[in-house]
Design a protein around this ligand. Structure first.
Ligand code: ATP
Ligand code: MG
Length: 575
């Protein structure tokens, strides 16, 4: 490709609406342009990168025995009614009506469609296992599209779905996919960590995410997930699923008797602890949430935070948020109180469900809200002053320095970008949609299913997050849009141009993806663009060509060498 012909417009400045480096660089280097919020044009350079990732994914999926197909992007609502997700999926699902007023949606994922395909096409256990995948644009009306390709509304995903006759079969399909994923990300030049995760709205039991860790960049960190990992054994999990062993703390408030005391203006746990001169670990917090439209009171020890996904899962919910002040007022009115947040307690509350985190079970002579403003109950004990809720579960956020449940060593936290995930769905969709096969024993059984996603466009952006410097992108060779760029310092210099042309022709003949920067631009502009765009190798043909030498630069390491044009060509051909 001649640079003069390449459809690319690099920008002098970073776009003002971009927060993270991948978004900034992909726009500035001319890879993507925003069309609407969370919707991007993939310009020619970007499309080359995406196709490279797709092809790596294809090869590894095919090697793993999966077969590619393509399902429609628009889906009829009937299938979603069958699975029960039409009601629960929420606003991320882009719903529309056709001219006959039939409800449809833009596919955010394809469990329903694939289950209908399995239902029609697989009759007997003899046909199993089957793994089908597609690479396609998805649409999710994300509440907060941001970070460019990392969280778009329209994005490209590889989604695969496995059908097995039994759990053992699913275990195997799952392990095969886990290995395929390791291969894929390694080939994309991305180090990933496979971490345990929550199964979320898709349901099912076991799931793992593949995370690109991005802790180095503390500022404007693109990692939307907190990953807890053990410093000794292999344990690692998304914070929405992580568990831990707690360090011992003081859990006895040592109040001599239970009584309601004045705690004026003590709205926060810290203020309250200071006022009463007790550690936060002897305070029981009461927090009000709304899970699927119902009020839930969560009790947790004063020093710890609630993990909202865990809390939502404890009620098999699909949606969670903290209650607004007017909602708290409504609960108070219904219960005959008028306390504001900070003074709430579980005793006497009406129209709410109450759940306690495991951390509050062992509290003694503790402090708790009593639904009176500027007052707290101190010296409380479960069963005497307040009832311990029937529902007790682990709903807490793990913290750094908690201990690993597997080996007891310390847990640490880091930020991660989820580039892929694998789920054991089990029979969630096959049962709901009556998708069955005839097993060995002649009985009709629902398929045991798994689903496996990779964000193709997010993977490209994650690669930029991991591989860049102040001057631009440093694409891993395997997913770079071009392998090498040849830059003649002056397009007016005949020798420089003819050496550059000669090298270029050799590359083209050999099938190397090369760019010749033949633009009548200043050398500085050309060299800067090469760095910005991030082509792995740059060959600069300048004055030293008189001595038969060119400059060979490796973008990943910024290493510069002065070698002959022949040697430069040979090095690229050897890649
Ligand atoms: P997230 O927690 O980041 O919203 P998810 O759990 O909703 O992800 P899945 O439904 O499992 O994601 O989708 C599979 C893959 O698709 C993800 O691992 C991710 O790489 C990619 N993906 C999901 N949502 C987006 C998005 N809004 N923009 C770009 N890629 C996405
Ligand atoms: Mg999501």
């Amino acid at each position: 490709m001649r640079m003069s012909k390449l459809f690319v417009q690099t920008l002098r400045e970073f776009p003002s609406d971009a927060e993270v480096m991948s978004h900034k660089l992909l726009v500035r280097a001319g890879y993507i342009r925003k069309l609407a919020n969370g919707v991007y044009n993939y310009l020619p350079l970007m499309w080359r990168v995406l196709k490279k990732i797709e092809n790596i994914v294809r090869e590894e999926m095919d090697n793993a025995g999966a077969q590619e197909l393509l399902m429609p992007f628009v889906q009829p609502s009937e299938l979603w009614h069958e699975s029960g997700r039409w009601e629960v999926y929420g606003k991320e699902l882009m719903r529309l009506r056709d001219r006959h007023n039939r409800e449809m949606c833009l596919g955010p994922t394809h469990e329903e469609v694939i289950t209908s395909i399995g239902r029609e096409g697989i009759r007997s256990y003899k046909q199993l296992p089957v793994n089908l995948y597609q690479i396609q644009s998805k649409f999710r009306d994300e509440i907060r599209p941001r970070f460019g390709l990392l969280r778009g509304r329209e994005f490209i995903m590889k989604d695969a779905y496995s059908f097995d006759a039994d759990e053992a079969g699913l275990d195997k399909s799952y392990e095969v996919m886990a290995q395929a994923y390791r291969n894929i990300f390694e080939r994309c030049g991305l180090e990933t960590k496979m971490v345990q995760s929550d199964s979320g709205a898709i349901g099912g039991s076991v799931s793992h995410e593949f995370m690109v860790l991005v802790n180095e960049e503390a500022e404007n960190n693109a990692g939307e997930n907190d990953v807890f990992y053990c410093t000794k054994c292999g344990y690692s999990a998304n914070s929405n699923h992580a568990v831990s062993v707690l360090n011992p703390v003081e859990t006895d408030g040592k109040f001599e008797k239970a009584e309601i005391v004045d705690t004026p203006n003590a709205h926060t746990i810290e203020e309250l602890a200071e006022f009463l001169n007790v550690p936060t670990t002897v305070i029981c917090k009461s927090l009000i949430y709304v899970v699927d439209g119902k009020y839930v009171v969560a009790l947790i020890r004063g020093d710890r935070a609630v993990e909202e996904t865990k809390l939502m899962n404890a009620f098999a919910g699909n949606d969670i948020r903290i209650a607004r002040n007017d909602e708290i007022e409504e609960i108070m009115n219904a219960s005959g109180f008028n306390a504001v947040a900070g003074f709430i307690g579980p005793k006497g509350l009406q129209k709410v469900e109450i759940i306690a985190d495991e951390t509050v079970k062992d509290l003694k002579n503790f402090v708790i809200g009593c639904n009176q403003n500027d007052k707290h109950l101190v010296g409380a004990n479960w069963g005497v002053d307040v009832e311990l809720p029937v529902k007790v579960a682990d709903i807490r956020l793990v913290e750094e320095n908690d201990k690993c449940v597997d080996c007891g060593a310390e847990l640490k936290v880091t930020k991660g970008i989820e580039v892929g995930n694998i789920f054991k769905l089990g029979t969630k969709y096959s049962k709901a949609m009556n998708a069955t096969f005839t097993d060995k024993d002649g009985k009709e059984k629902p398929f045991i299913m798994g689903c496996y996603g990779i964000g193709i466009s997010r993977t490209a952006a994650a690669a930029v997050e991991r591989h860049h410097d102040d001057h631009g992108i440093k694409w891993p060779l395997t997913i770079a849009p071009y392998t090498v760029v040849i830059v003649p310092v002056s397009d007016q210099d005949e020798t420089q141009m003819s050496v550059a042309e000669d090298m270029y022709n050799k590359f083209i003949k050999a099938g190397v993806e090369a760019i010749l920067d033949d633009r009548p631009e200043r050398a500085g502009v050309k060299l800067k663009d090469a760095d910005l765009i991030g082509i792995p190798y740059r060959i600069t043909v300048g004055k030293t060509i008189k001595d038969g030498l060119v400059e060979f630069k490796t973008r990943a390491t910024e290493e510069m060498e002065t070698i002959s044009p022949e040697e430069a060509v040979a090095r690229i051909l050897a890649l």
